[in-house]
Design a protein around this ligand. Structure first.
Ligand code: HAM
Length: 429
């Protein structure tokens, strides 16, 4: 007797993508690859597991991600501290340093895949989610910041999305941030009485994040805090203006949001997010910005860079709201058969159909005509091809239309000689 086994379920916050919805994933991935190729971006694949210190150093010790969201563990086999990537950027930069990619020219690269953050799951927030990550490594000017944003506007258009808007800010350079930080800490000290516990804990380690609060009692304080934007010097302002001018050239509207600080420490100058009101609380579909110091911070020769990541689940959720999401048919032709000879003939014919570029399914095993028709219908196929004793005797196949797209003058069912079957079907579906 088998021992009773408690059924295994997927981990909290980690979702299965089933065949009916994976069609949307595949369609999105195909669109995205073409879109990226049109701008000269090439694919790069880095490991899911990296040394923990890559992320603590790269993303920053006092960020939510590093403080409380990373899937980190010690590999019992060799005692190494490892982390499942919570984002792509640090790993992409590590790889570019390791393989000396930037020695002779900059690179436009992208990656897609799962990332992991131990957050409280809710709509649009998962523990395993997927990103489309795009990085322009080795580019310094505002032209490339703008190119990335223009590129995203094109993607939204390709996907038919309209309710998505751009928020923009500049985080300046380290010196400007330090001056602002000092002024901000002083301001927070003066308003200590309205700060919640987390804000008090953070005011000395990461005061900028305090302003990102969702606590309504702290909004007034946050609104009136010293703005980093007011501490920017001429070069930073010129860079920002360069981005804005180019966005204006491209007809892209944006809102300057001085409170936009992003949740990762590596940013400088341009930062941006694309947000929507249609996804509830988790409305940020894409976030990114410039990170000119990260390559050096991770041990590479200093080089500027800028990039963004799109949350795939959020993007698909948004697409689902603006499009007809009929599940993709499993095949075009479903072959129904009765008797051993007909079954083998069906398998041979299906191979010929596939040679001709058709998607075909042969009913597996044997069953009555009625239940085979039911399966054919459920598969979403356009046509059923029926092979039985009568058909074999006369060297023909019966073809039945399963959808309502029968053209005028065409009957619901017809008989086609076997030697012409594949050619005729390629013309019909
Ligand atoms: P991020 O803002 O942390 O940036 O994440 C990018 C996007 O991933 C978010 O805008 C959101 O759509 C999605 N996302 C984040 N957390 C979750 C979650 N728990 N569940 C579902 N979706 C989520 C980065 O990761 C940077 N590496 C972006 C970047 C690339 N900056 C420069 N280059």
């Amino acid at each position: 007797m088998t021992q009773s086994f408690q059924k295994v379920r997927a981990l909290t916050g980690m979702k299965d993508v089933l065949p009916d919805t994976s069609a949307q994933w595949e369609a999105l991935e195909a669109t995205v690859r073409e879109w990226l190729a049109a701008y000269g971006y090439r694919n790069m694949r880095t490991p899911v597991l990296e040394h923990t210190r890559l992320f603590t150093r790269g993303i920053g010790e006092v960020t939510d991600i590093v403080e409380k969201e990373m899937y980190s563990f010690t590999d019992a086999l060799n005692d190494e501290r490892l982390t499942m990537r919570p984002e792509f950027t640090a790993g992409m930069v590590r790889a570019s340093i390791e393989h000396n990619m930037l020695y002779d020219r900059p690179h436009r690269v992208y990656a897609m895949g799962p990332v992991f953050r131990h957050e409280k799951p809710q709509r649009g927030r998962y523990r395993q989610f997927h990103q489309i990550d795009v990085e322009a490594l080795g580019f310094a000017g505002p032209d490339i910041d703008a190119e990335l944003i223009v590129m995203l506007a094109r993607l939204w258009k390709l996907l038919g999305l309209t309710d998505i808007r751009l928020e923009l800010n500049s985080l300046g350079q380290a010196g400007e941030r330090a001056a602002h930080r000092a002024a901000l800490i002083e301001y927070l000290e003066q308003h200590k009485d309205v700060l919640d516990e987390e804000a008090r804990r953070r005011m000395h380690t990461n005061p900028l994040r305090v302003l990102d609060t969702k606590n309504p009692a702290m909004q007034d304080m946050a609104d009136n805090a010293p703005r980093l934007f007011d501490f920017l010097g001429a070069d930073s302002l010129a860079h920002f203006q360069g981005v804005c001018d180019r966005l204006q050239d491209a007809g892209i509207a944006y809102r300057l949001n001085p409170r936009l600080v992003r949740g990762l420490d590596y940013y400088n100058l341009t930062v941006f997010e694309w947000v929507t009101d249609r996804l509830g609380a988790q409305g940020t579909v894409c976030g990114g910005g410039r990170y000119d110091g990260l390559i050096e911070l991770l041990g590479g020769k200093p080089a500027p860079a800028v990039g963004f990541a799109i949350g795939v689940e959020r993007l698909l959720d948004l697409c689902a709201q603006s499009a007809d999401q009929a599940a993709l048919p499993e095949c075009q032709v479903y072959l129904i058969h009765q008797g051993a000879e007909a079954q083998r003939l069906a398998a041979q014919l299906a191979e010929k159909m596939r040679d001709a570029g058709l998607r075909a399914i042969v009913h597996a095993g044997s069953a009555g005509f009625k239940s085979q028709f039911k399966r054919a219908d459920a598969s979403g196929a356009t046509l059923a091809v029926i092979l039985g004793d009568d058909e074999i005797a006369s060297g023909t196949a019966s073809v039945k239309w399963l959808r309502e797209q029968v053209a005028e003058g065409q009957s619901q069912q017809e008989t086609i000689p076997l030697d012409r079957l594949v050619t005729e079907l390629t013309l019909k579906v």
